[in-house]
Design a protein around this ligand. Sequence first.
Ligand SMILES: [Zn+2]
Length: 194
Amino acid sequence: MPAAHCCQCALPFAGVTNSSHLCGRCIKESPAYTNVFTVGLYEQTLRQAIHQFKFNQKVGLDRPLGQLMAQSIASDLDIDLIIPVPLHRKRLQERSYNQALLLAREISRIKKIPLEIDLLQKQKETASQQGLSAREREQNLQNAFVVAGGVKAKTVLLVDDVMTTGATVAACSKELKGAGAAAIHVVVIGRAAI
Ligand SMILES: [Zn+2]
């Protein structure tokens, strides 16, 4: 991760040396999650690896990528549950696997923290987020996720592969927080610099 980034959403800052501050977007509307752990920026080698993993059926990459993600998480953090960002079942049928779930499973194995697969569900089939503005992404995901189980007073680790505007993890975190989660931390492989 570059030294200078937002301490909540991990947005990298260009040409700034002081890393311990919030970006404009997080100041304006604070996301429901506490912070984001990331292996690195969504570029170059990391971007290629994620593409192989996500679109070219290179599912074996869940091991090394999951390991890097586990290493990026603060070791003194007390996490109760690991929850992957869910796919809608139709999308799951098309793709045959949920990449976030594979990564979450690996992190759960390494960190010895329980994995909850069905606790967070995607109930609404949404249009692709690609090409949408931050505001449009947010609207697209409104009421898309639902919590189907107990998260009250739990500290949750939410797992996804890539974070671009952060609309997806923000929408998931909002639901988890609404259902009573004590805190939500996010971990992704790559953080896009947008
Ligand atoms: Zn931020």
